[in-house]
Write a protein that binds this ligand. Sequence first.
Ligand SMILES: [Zn+2]
Length: 231
Amino acid sequence: MRRLVTAAVAAALAVGLAAQPGVGTASEPAGSAASPQKIPSWIHQRFIPFGAKRKHQMASYSLRHYGVRAWRLKHPRQIVEHVAVASTVAQVIHSFAPDRPDPEFHELPNTCSHFVVSGQGRVVQLVPLGIRCRHTVGLNHVAIGIEHTGYRDGDVLGNHHQMRASVRLTKWLRCRYGIAIGDVIGHNESLSSRFHRELVPSMKNQTHGDFRHASMRRYRKALHDAGRCPR
Ligand SMILES: [Zn+2]
C-alpha cells in the first residue's frame, strides 16, 4: 500500500514537473482549482527556485504536519497576511530563495510566501499559486501567504501605497478563489482559523505576532471598502 502511494506521488511529481514553468517565466502552473486566468500585469514575478527536491520536501512536510503527502496547493481557502520584518523585497527574496532548514524549527523545505508587497506598492509573486509554501504553521495546506515589507503591523496599515497594493492583490486573489473577506486573516489569528490543522504536538499552539486581530479588523474594513467581486 505504501509503495503504491509512493508510486502515485512520484507520478504526480513527474506530471507536476512537466507542467511547471521555469524560474522567471510569466505563466501559472496547470492544474489550478480556479478557472484559467491571466496574472494581471501589475503582479511582477520573481519566482524563487522551487524544483523537484523542494517540492518533495514540501510533500513530506505536509505528511508530517497535515497527514497527507502533497505539495500542491489545490484549493486555497484562506489568505494570510504577514509582516516580513525586512525593509526590502530583495531581503525577503534573499531569505526565502535558498532551500535550507528554517531558523525557527530547523525543518525543510525553507519557509516562503507566495507574494511580497513593498513599501512603494510593488507587488511581487515569489511562488506559483499551485504550490504550497511554509508561511503559517497549521495552515500551509490551505493558505496563500502575502508578506509586506516593514517591521510591525502599523508600518503597513499606515502606508497608503502599500495598503492600496495589498488590498488590490488580496481582492484579486479572494475573488479568483471565492474566498470570503472573513477568511482573509492575519498570521496572529492563525490558531482561531477554522482550517487550522497541526499534527505535531509541540507546534499545535504555535503562531507569530504579525497582523493581530485589531490590525486585521482595519485591514478587512479596507478590503470591504474595496468592493465586491466582479460577477
Ligand atoms: Zn507571519
